[in-house]
Design a protein around this ligand. Structure first.
Ligand code: ZN
Length: 123
């Protein structure tokens, strides 16, 4: 059994949680169909909106205090505030989204998570 921190680190780096080597993504946010190194399928990836929620919270925590301090101390026109801080929060979100998507998938694999079903469900 591979150490859980290594699996989570591989997810953060966009690497396969099974072999810790192969690329997890085929594009910026799109998962590859399978690992190019070990061949494990990534079809069960189902992070949903989980990474986006964490990224929005963290990006807001990182950017909003600086935007507020900027606004309250310099009192710039609103167009300047928007010109600076809207791109800043977009850049921070885009920078965090891929690592968090990989991390959520690594945690899903680590915990063998899958959609729930009832014991007597025959469908
Ligand atoms: Zn692999």
């Amino acid at each position: 059994m591979v150490d859980k921190s290594k699996i989570m680190g591989a997810g953060l780096r966009g690497r396969c949680p099974n072999c810790l080597e192969g690329p997890l993504f085929d594009g910026y946010l799109k998962f590859a169909h399978e690992c190019l190194t070990c061949g494990v399928s990534f079809a069960r990836e189902d992070a949903g909106d989980g990474p986006a929620v964490f990224v929005i919270l963290i990006a807001s925590f990182l950017v909003v205090p600086f935007a507020l301090i900027f606004q309250m101390t310099l009192e710039p026109p609103i167009w300047l505030t928007l010109l600076i801080w809207v791109p800043a929060i977009i850049i921070v979100c885009l920078a965090l989204l891929r690592p968090f998507r990989g991390l959520m998938f690594a945690i899903q694999v680590m915990n063998n998570a899958a959609p729930g079903h009832l014991e007597n469900d025959e469908n």
